[in-house]
Design a protein around this ligand. Sequence first.
Ligand SMILES: Cc1cc2nc3c(=O)[nH]c(=O)nc-3n(C[C@H](O)[C@H](O)[C@H](O)COP(=O)(O)OP(=O)(O)OC[C@H]3O[C@@H](n4cnc5c(N)ncnc54)[C@H](O)[C@@H]3O)c2cc1C
Length: 404
Amino acid sequence: MMSSAEPFDVAIAGAGPAGTSAAIRLALNGARVLLLEEKKFPRAKLCGEFISPECISHFQQLGVMDQMLSAGASSLRETVFHSARGHKVAVPSEWFTAGATALGLSRSEMDQRLLERARAVGVMVLEGAHAAGVILENDFVCGVKVKTSTEANEYRARLTIDATGRTRALARHFDPESNSRSSKGRRGLVAFKAHLENTGVVPGACEIYFYRGGYGGLSQIEDGLSNLCFIVSASDVRRRGSDPDRVLREVVMQNSRAAKTLEQARLCSPWLSVSLEGFGRRILTPARGLLTIGDAASFIDPFTGSGMLMALESGQVVADTIVSQLGFGGEAQTVELVAREYEREYTRRFDSRLRVSGLLRRAAFVPHLAESAILIFGTSAHLRRKLARATRRTNSGQSPASSS
Ligand SMILES: Cc1cc2nc3c(=O)[nH]c(=O)nc-3n(C[C@H](O)[C@H](O)[C@H](O)COP(=O)(O)OP(=O)(O)OC[C@H]3O[C@@H](n4cnc5c(N)ncnc54)[C@H](O)[C@@H]3O)c2cc1C
């Protein structure tokens, strides 16, 4: 086993949008940052690939906006929700950020560009590096244990961040809830995703389809392709022999609009699938010296199209907190101050959004409720706008763009 002699200021496990957002911001402020990613990029990722308009200001701050556009991101001007019985309601992207559109771009392109930027600003990036556990001394996390295909290493750091998404690879060792949540997930929901060509999706729209037991989203990404991502009940998947094509035809395409837009579509990538564990807030500071961000901190319902925003934004919150509280010579006492301040700011920013999404989730998974909600919200643009913005609001009522 090898170990690095000089400790890093911050070690981050996971190079999704949360990990790279934190890493780039910390490195730009002079921190020595280690970023570990178990996959080799570019890699496909199960996601709706709808990048909400508020992410654009994050891309600008991180210095990757031009790279996202040159990767061929499509502009998405509105999200249109289609009920199972053919009713629809539209939410314009500019309700979230005046004058902006959302973007459609594959995660393999988006995440790759963020990772390249992290390297360019001086982050030490290790790909193919699995964060296997933490270095624990006197109940204090002092870094991370890493396995590659050839060796095992230990990297010491003053602070360690778990940005490994819903797997919570480091935090789950300290989280008694973890096991019960994963067993719930196996009984509950499964998500699928693939890239398609020749769909009938309206260019410039992200279309959301509701059907019995779930919902799916279809929108254009780069190279004239569309991304289809849908959530269904695990029992529906089992009944169809876990065959994604059958699930698509027999469950998703029961929605009349989905049946139309997907009728002539051809698959251009393998299906990805994952079972979904619980939604909502998790533990932000599972141990002294360890913080969680992105999906490792909270999983917001995908129909809000704001998971990547929360990932980028929580990366910003943690980086700002570390820079303002710690400088880069922190002792144990200071690290605990960082944890307290991070929890306070995180709660202020995200708890209200998570509450609203939790309420909407009930409607999303019950067909007649989703139907009624689409009918009611279809009658009033004012109501629709209020509800859409509530999925982004901070506790003090601001939108993320105005509170950053
Ligand atoms: C079905 C579905 C649809 C969605 N659609 C959208 C959408 O359209 N728009 C949107 O904004 N959000 C969407 N989301 C949410 C969005 O995907 C997440 O919120 C976002 O990816 C979270 O980013 P993250 O950086 O926290 O985690 P992730 O993106 O999950 O990144 C975590 C990274 O950590 C790496 N990793 C994991 N374990 C280890 C380990 N032990 N060691 C090292 N590295 C590790 C992984 O390989 C990965 O690269 C969707 C989610 C689901 C489930």
